[in-house]
Design a binder for this molecule. Structure first.
Ligand code: PBG
Length: 325
């Protein structure tokens, strides 16, 4: 059958019809709101490279938790900016580290209403800015880093974190963290693995925000090369075998094909990270009056959802209630 018997426009006629038939509606409850907590400040500090975004002092995190819930968003992802950095990233696994302190405050305020997710990585806490410990030549040491990631995860869960999300791209990190958590009797804590994490220019604004730009070299020996497809599939499969409960693809917009592959290949929730540079591009164009922000955000999130993401980590989560269709 074809035209004139078939008319595709029949089902597009009214707003109600279009809404009823929408396959990829984004709900605020499937979004995750990232929060930068900085223990060196007393007032929110604007992040220049992410217009409209701030680093928050510890005593403002509860307000940000409220912002999330008011938007209908049920999860927050915590990143820390510590007062001190050192060679081995001690701040990441300190009992009184910045993320641990933030998690305690959120936990005591929100009980089980809010899902608190901890990013597990060393780059915000090392003085060299790499995601693991380095040797004399500056090479990132995989196996030596695993124990530190395991300790970081346990200290976060002790402080009240619900889900740990390892993002260091060390081989074996999910298994190491699973073992550390189980040994500490946290066998109920899920792991959200940043499995397919590409070495991306779109992390630039985040590194500004978290002061985590590597002091030398780059992350290409541990994050994935941009053209690779088979590596993404292997990373995800390995992470499932190591005990990952959910898989992440990151960034989102330049990797929609990978999100779609992940969705069709694995029966676990797929999470996409709509990263800092993707946020800032939309924001910059909107601030210049070049695009309509609300509709652009809607379209971006719908696209990521349509590709197959069950959950989306996005800086737009902050304003999403007014913007989603
Ligand atoms: C930590 C981490 C990064 C991001 C999330 N976790 C930075 C990086 O890998 O350099 C980036 C998030 C974003 O750009 O929004 N390793």
């Amino acid at each position: 059958m074809s035209f004139p018997n078939v008319r595709m426009r029949r089902l597009r006629r009214t707003e109600a019809l279009r809404t009823m038939l929408d396959q990829s509606q984004v709900q605020p409850s499937s979004l995750i709101y990232p929060i930068f907590v900085d223990e060196t400040i007393t007032e929110p500090v604007p992040i220049v490279t992410m217009p409209g975004y701030f680093r928050y002092p510890l005593d403002r995190v509860v307000d940000e938790g409220k912002v999330a819930l008011e938007q209908g968003v049920r999860g927050v992802l915590l990143f820390g900016v510590p007062a001190k950095k050192d060679e081995v990233g001690s701040g990441a696994y300190a009992r009184n580290g910045v993320v641990q302190k933030a998690a305690k405050k959120l936990r005591s305020q929100f009980k089980e209403d809010l899902v608190i997710i901890g990013d597990v990585c060393l780059c915000e806490y090392t003085d060299h800015g790499h995601c693991g410990v380095i040797d004399k030549e500056g090479a990132v040491q995989n196996d030596e880093t695993l124990e530190l990631l395991g300790k970081t995860a346990v200290s976060q869960v002790e402080a009240g974190v619900d889900i740990v999300a390892p993002s260091a791209m060390m081989d074996g990190q999910v298994l190491a963290i699973r073992e550390f958590l189980d040994d500490a009797d946290f066998e109920q804590t899920p792991i959200l693995a940043y499995s397919a994490k590409y070495a991306s220019a779109f992390y630039g604004p985040f590194r500004d925000a978290a002061e985590s730009t590597p002091k030398f070299g780059n992350r290409k020996s541990y994050q994935m090369s941009q053209g690779s497809v088979h590596e993404a599939l292997r990373e995800m499969e390995l992470d499932i075998n190591e005990g990952a409960d959910m898989l992440m693809v990151k960034p989102a917009l330049a990797y929609l094909d990978i999100i779609s592959l992940a969705k069709s290949s694995f029966d676990v929730p797929i999470v996409a990270y709509n990263v800092s540079g993707e946020y800032s591009m939309v924001k910059a164009a909107a601030l210049n009056g070049w695009i309509d922000e609300a509709s652009a955000v809607n379209e971006v999130l719908t696209g990521i959802k349509r590709a197959g993401a069950d959950l989306i980590i996005t800086y737009h989560a902050k304003n999403v209630k007014d913007w989603l269709k």
